[in-house]
Design a protein around this ligand. Sequence first.
Ligand code: HEC
Length: 177
Amino acid sequence: MWRVVSIGLVGVALFIGALATGALRPAPVETVSFFQRRCAACHGKDGSLFPEQFAKKYPRDTELIEVIKTMPGGDALNHEGLQAMAAYLRAISREEPYIIWTGQHEGVLEGEISPESAILKATAKRQSLKVERPAGTRWRVRLPAQVKPADVELTAQRGTKRTRLRLKDSPYSHAGK
Ligand code: HEC
């Protein structure tokens, strides 16, 4: 019993430690390409076939997630994957661009944006960073020395709709309710 409690306490301490050092990590799923592969055949590219403002029917993410779980392909998403997908669906429903940070290799951040036509800008400490768009919905930002993911703010613009994401808040936009 005490062994279990102490293991639990070590876990909590590690978790708090990770929060304190601000160790951010990317989302564990590439929501946009997952949607293209598994959902777009029925719901359209970028979800264009969903009814207007459909996500309003599900005020809480838990309700939206229940629906996603019943969809073909929905069982391939873990808890975090479902939350990131719910966020993407909110963005689609509001016709706002969606941004997700999915990886980090040797000072380069990688992620996805939807729709492809949205323009992505990145800043850190008020300095603008170069954004590469290697293909379609993918983006890449090389961090200068001294700049941490927690400093990065991403802005996606499509027509009059704008989405802002501070990586220190979440690895993807339109996060959780
Ligand atoms: C084989 C076709 C098909 C695929 C693939 C599919 N769906 Fe669906 N989806 C439907 C149909 C049909 C409905 C409407 C009927 C219903 O609610 O069951 C629906 C409804 C929904 C709704 C509710 C929309 C509303 O207006 O209430 C959501 C959210 C949704 N799907 C998400 C997804 C996601 C996310 C994926 C991929 C993981 C996905 N679907 C894959 C066919 C599909």
